[in-house]
Design a protein around this ligand. Structure first.
Ligand SMILES: *[C@@H]1O[C@H](CO)[C@@H](O)[C@H](O)[C@H]1NC(C)=O
Ligand SMILES: *[C@@H]1O[C@H](CO)[C@@H](O)[C@H](O)[C@H]1NC(C)=O
Ligand SMILES: *[C@@H]1O[C@H](CO)[C@@H](O)[C@H](O)[C@H]1NC(C)=O
Ligand SMILES: *[C@@H]1O[C@H](CO)[C@@H](O)[C@H](O)[C@H]1NC(C)=O
Length: 406
């Protein structure tokens, strides 16, 4: 206070004209007010200059899922999604596990609005949900589906809270996965008025639910994966998988979907039969030129490409796990076994130097560096809704040490 008194009295001491005094006073008042305004009105940061359909579109990006291989996918998401939309607000929803610390790579995102890392808990399954959902193609029965739906729906929760906090609405919501491995930029031409946009192929009897782009109201339906289940059930549906539940959900609300090609795949450790037949699933090599539109992938020496693909007859999988293979876009892995021994070398060669460096940095991080990195993300985030960084890193290093001892 004494400090500002001195400033205020300065004009008088110098015997300035009243008008100059007034101007000076205004300036002195203006600076802190401008600062406060800047701090409190985040709207100005949300604007996306003319990339979408209007010059003031506000975009929310929500990343969901486990960070299992995020040291490999994170740098590609940063490069091809987040920095492409530098004014967009980023929301992250993930379960706490030994890989959560890898999310710290997001500290170099242009903006981080909320990070939510929740402790894993078993979700209650109702009789109705057991009838409605098919456990078949998912690794942990319907619990796995419910967990995934809950993570996705959490996006809406965070986004809605941000909107009411600052009294505005997002125009677009992009929902993507933490395990997406991107090989090219997210194209603004994929933001479509009047439709909900999903990747082409990998539809598994419904709609590909590995990425979604839509306006605010369409996204509200598309992301309400858990709360709309009872609605699907009372409409008489049963035995739905994730993709067919998603398709049904959109059609109940008369939302038309559009399928477009996107340059990403889902980097997965899952094993699948080879060659992919009837209800099988092709696994692409990350070396594929793409676009892979969200098919499963891994680093591998491809076992089938070019002529071999013509003979494989992937087109008979059109209703299930089909992906575009013409024009040399696809190179297939034999995914019957775990990732091959020398996958790191293959990855570094296919993904390039920057990605290889990120991989090494995470691999060689010690626990102190880990805490520093996660603290960095926590500081960067406008809101942190998760355990203490020390706990997140302890989780990772405890597990690692245990694995080394085993
Ligand atoms: C599951 O149901 C039990 C008993 O109805 C209840 O006590 C518990 O809070 C529920 N858990 C969740 C996660 O909703
Ligand atoms: C989303 O798009 C649909 C179809 O064009 C339109 O009816 C609806 O009002 C839009 N919602 C918002 C919030 O812009
Ligand atoms: C969808 O369209 C049908 C037929 O036009 C209509 O009866 C129904 O009310 C619509 N549903 C919603 C949620 O708008
Ligand atoms: C293959 O490439 C040609 C030439 O670029 C293009 O016109 C055609 O649409 C592509 N076909 C597929 C199936 O992507």
């Amino acid at each position: 206070m004494p400090h500002s008194n001195k400033l205020m009295t300065l004009p008088q001491e110098r015997g300035l004209q009243p008008m100059y005094r007034l101007i000076l006073l205004c300036l002195i008042l203006f600076i802190p007010l401008a600062f406060l305004y800047y701090k409190q009105d985040p709207e100005r940061h949300f604007r996306v200059p003319s990339v979408v359909h209007s010059s003031t579109s506000r975009v929310a990006i929500c990343l969901v899922g486990g960070a299992r291989r995020f040291e490999l996918t994170g740098p590609t998401i940063l490069k091809h999604v987040l920095t492409v939309l530098p004014e967009a607000d980023l929301f992250v929803h993930s379960n706490l596990d030994e890989n959560s610390f890898k999310l710290s790579l997001l500290r170099s995102a242009p903006r981080v609005t909320e990070v939510r890392i929740r402790r894993p808990m078993v979700l209650n399954e109702t009789e109705e949900q057991r009838r409605l959902l098919a456990a078949g193609s998912s690794p942990n029965g319907i619990q796995g589906l419910l967990q995934y739906f809950d993570l996705v729906e959490g996006c809406l929760d965070m986004i809605g809270a941000q909107e009411s906090r600052y009294s505005f609405k997002y125009e677009w919501i992009v929902r993507a996965r933490v395990d997406g491995y991107w090989t090219g930029p997210l194209d603004m031409k994929t933001f479509k008025l009047g439709s909900y946009v999903v990747p082409e192929g990998s539809s598994f009897g419904g709609l590909n639910d590995r990425l979604g782009i839509g306006n605010r109201s369409f996204s509200a339906v598309a992301l309400s994966r858990l709360s709309l289940l009872s609605r699907l059930s009372s409409a008489g549906f049963h035995n739905l998988n994730s993709e067919s539940a998603f398709n049904t959900q959109l059609s109940l609300f008369n939302i038309s979907s559009v399928q477009l090609k996107f340059p990403f795949c889902i980097l997965s450790d899952r094993k699948f039969g080879y060659p992919p037949k009837s209800a099988g699933t092709p696994v692409a090599s990350i070396s594929s030129p793409g676009p892979l539109s969200g098919t499963y992938c891994r680093p591998c020496i491809p076992i089938c490409k070019g002529k071999c693909l013509e003979e494989l007859g992937l087109d008979s999988l059109k209703w299930w796990s089909w992906i575009e293979w013409r024009n040399g876009s696809l190179e297939l892995c034999d995914a019957r076994l775990p990732w091959q021994e020398d996958w790191e070398e293959i990855f570094d060669k296919d993904a390039g130097i920057a990605a290889a460096n990120a991989r090494l940095r995470v691999k060689e991080m010690n626990i102190d560096e880990c805490v520093q990195e996660v603290e960095g993300l926590k500081r960067k985030a406008e809101r942190w809704n998760g355990p203490d960084p020390i706990e997140i890193c302890n989780f990772a290093y405890h597990k690692l040490n245990k694995n080394l001892e085993d």
